[in-house]
Design a protein around this ligand. Structure first.
Ligand code: COA
Ligand code: AMP
Length: 634
């Protein structure tokens, strides 16, 4: 069936369409209802269905006679390690770790926080939780102890799983001291931490609370898959909102399994046995969906890569992995492509590798800017496909579904809506925008299976953040337009969320941290365009009256604070002191104007501005500090 037919069917008869997709996975009990609303009025898929996600990702394939097929390839240039797990081996490792968790008291519905680098123990721990019906919450390794503590306090895990260290190119980053600090900071105290000791660093274990991964696994009995309700949570994944408190996006078991299987086929054109490589991190939604669950539920071979696009050891890393494992589908981010392009503009390192297995490259995480698209497209003989999605949706809202027949691509557009998504652009009054006219990109309710049913124990925040702005629609937080052919163009966030190197960060959170410094009266953090990372946060601060501190010293203090509170990935590198921030007469900081000033020469003075001279001062500060478009000017 072609894309157009499937799309039409998915919106004309969502229940019929998704019932058919649900029949493609194996349930212990089929759903009693396909789509319904819960007591809070939120839409739920597949009520009454019983299944187990770890069964679908592992045991199911073994039962189909594919136990010897390769499930997971671990490739780690930072440690010089390569390992492979067949489906049977991975199932056994998962079952044993699940048994070990059970011995520590973890049961269905309990939470487990996972703070691990890109090693096989990360997917093993995730799938072990899924096996028990426990809810995992993976925290990206680049986050600080403070961010980990915030997540521990919200998710209230029984167990935290970690490793002795992560490795950033050549730098060993001890994880265990960060976990200790986070637990010290958190109000909620987990019963146990489980530590995987890596040869690169030895973690000190505290008697009683800390358990050694290998020891508890050796003493455990394998655990079988526990049937759960389709609507039971599989995981919580925290993502940046507009405030310091991250949002706990909930993913259920049933809708997620159906969406993962469907998207692997329809969007990525993947079949059992295909090699699928997503060069992301399990700490992000892309890693959850397309390093772990999607490829395994589909019976593919997934590649877990512990390295970078460059420097491990060079910009040929992508081509090497593709050729070594015969990768058919490669998924990466525009930032990673730009990093490769910067170091190897002619992609000469590709010439040493046979990448003939490759059939498509998908990119997401941030806007695929036309120059990056064109470079990759010129370098590779296969389609380069942008697709747009979010932690909240778990799979592509808009893309170019390769499995349904590749559509024409339009450079600058993320593609056409995936089956099940009714994407619209609305103006501030909630009226539909004309084709080509920019507005708020929203999705008509109900969202398809696999998308968030709510936020973890915070229905009200879910309602306020996503449903309140335009009744009947889910607010994506992205701005853009839909053209006359139905192609969607995503132009960037319209809220205080920014995208730095494909990592989603909150400028509001950075402002809270900077604003807490004793010298700072007020501040604004905005994301300015950056050639490599897409966006980079920069700060502008106004000092309290009477404070006299050298700008360079204050800048270093503020950068260090943000790094300590959020983590290394915050990437705040510049903070300038100004006398005044541009504001409206009612006192609202004109953040969009600040961004525009950094990007464009002629910026009209907003009619609502309180003091137009604040713009001149800001421009001078940007020029002096070589920010935004002034980067190359001096
Ligand atoms: N654990 C600990 N620290 C981490 C980390 C992790 N998992 N990931 C990143 N960091 C640290 C980095 O070491 C760096 O620290 P530094 O400031 O001390 O140098 C900092 O966080 C910023 O990292 P990053 O933004 O990744 O910049 P970089 O200069 O180290 O690397 C790229 C640049 C382009 C190579 C890298 O950003 C990259 O690979 N980006 C692609 C990301 C991606 O694929 N995202 C997909 C999401 S869909
Ligand atoms: P995350 O939740 O971390 O996956 O980040 C989601 C946000 O990243 C989206 O709301 C967009 O702002 C941005 N994003 C992701 N993919 C794309 C894309 N293909 N095009 C444009 N923006 C994207």
């Amino acid at each position: 069936m072609t894309y157009r037919d499937q799309y039409r069917e998915s919106v004309a008869d969502p229940e019929g369409f998704w019932q058919r997709q649900a029949e493609a996975i194996s349930w212990y009990e089929p759903p009693k209802r396909i789509l319904s609303q819960d007591s809070s009025g939120f839409y739920r898929w597949f009520v009454g269905g019983k299944l187990n996600t770890s069964y679908l990702a592992l045991d199911y394939h073994i039962e189909q006679g594919r136990g010897d097929a390769t499930a997971l390839i671990y490739d780690s240039p930072v440690t010089g390690t390569k390992e492979q797990y067949s489906y049977s081996e991975l199932r056994d490792a998962v079952a044993r770790f699940a048994g070990a968790l059970r011995k520590l008291g973890v049961e269905k519905g309990d939470r487990v926080v996972i703070y691990l680098p890109m090693i096989p123990q990360a997917p093993i721990a995730m799938l072990a939780c899924a096996r028990l019906g426990a809810v995992h919450s993976v925290v990206f390794g680049g986050f600080s102890p403070h961010e980990l503590a915030v997540r521990i306090d919200d998710a209230k895990p029984k167990v935290v799983v970690t490793a002795s260290c992560g490795i950033e190119i050549t730098r060993i980053i001890p994880y265990k001291p960060m976990v200790d600090e986070a637990i010290e900071m958190a109000r909620h105290k987990p019963d146990y931490t489980v530590v995987y000791q890596r040869p690169q660093a030895d973690a000190l274990l505290e008697e009683g609370r800390d358990r050694d991964w290998d020891e508890i696994v050796a003493a455990a009995d394998p655990a079988g898959p526990v049937p759960v309700e389709a609507t039971d949570p599989l995981y919580i994944l925290y993502t940046s909102g507009t405030t310091g408190k991250p949002k706990g996006v909930v993913r259920d078991n049933g809708g997620h399994a159906v969406a993962m299987r469907y998207s692997m086929e329809a969007i990525y054109n993947s079949a059992p046995g295909d090699v699928f490589w997503t060069a992301s991190d399990v700490g992000w939604v892309v890693g959850h969906s397309y390093i772990v669950y999607g490829p395994l539920i589909r019976g593919c071979t997934t590649v877990l890569y512990e390295g970078k696009p460059v420097k491990t050891p060079d910009a040929g890393a992508f081509w090497r992995v593709i050729s070594e494992y015969k990768v058919k589908t490669f998924f990466t981010s525009p930032t990673a492509v730009r990093a490769v392009k910067k170091e190897d503009p002619e992609a000469r390192l590709k010439e040493f590798c046979d990448i003939s297995s490759l059939q498509a490259v998908f990119v997401a995480g941030e806007r695929l800017d036309p120059p990056t698209y064109e470079w990759l497209n010129d370098m590779l003989p296969v389609p380069v496909i942008d697709h747009w999605w979010q932690t909240e949706t778990g799979w592509a809202i808009v893309g170019n579904p390769l499995g349904l027949g590749l559509q024409q691509t339009k450079v600058g557009s993320a593609g056409v809506p995936s089956p099940g998504y009714r994407v619209r652009a609305l103006n501030e009054d909630g009226e539909p925008c004309a084709p080509g006219q920019s507005g708020n990109i929203v999705i008509e309710l109900p969202l398809p299976p696999g998308t968030l049913p709510t936020l973890w124990q915070d229905d009200e925040r879910f309602r306020q953040s996503y449903l309140a702005a335009f009744p009947g629609y889910y607010l994506t937080g992205d701005g853009g337009y839909v053209d006359e052919d139905g192609y969607v163009f995503i132009m960037g966030r319209v809220d205080d969320v920014i995208n730095v190197a494909g990592h989603r960060l909150s400028t509001g959170e950075m402002e809270e941290i900077i604003g807490a410094h004793p010298a700072v009266a007020e501040c604004a953090v905005v994301g300015l365009d950056d050639e490599l990372k897409g966006q980079m946060p920069v700060g502008f601060v106004v000092l309290k009256d009477g404070v006299d501190v050298p700008e360079a010293q204050l800048e270093q203090e503020l950068i260090a604070r943000v790094r300590k509170e959020i983590g290394a990935i915050a990437s705040l590198r510049q903070v300038a002191v100004v006398q005044k921030l541009p504001k409206t007469r009612s006192g609202k900081i004109l953040r969009r104007t600040i961004r525009t000033l950094a990007a464009e020469e002629d910026v009209p003075v907003p009619s609502t501005i309180d003091d137009p001279t604040s713009l001149d001062e800001l421009r001078a500060a940007m020029q002096k500090r070589q920010m935004g478009r002034y980067q190359q000017a001096v």
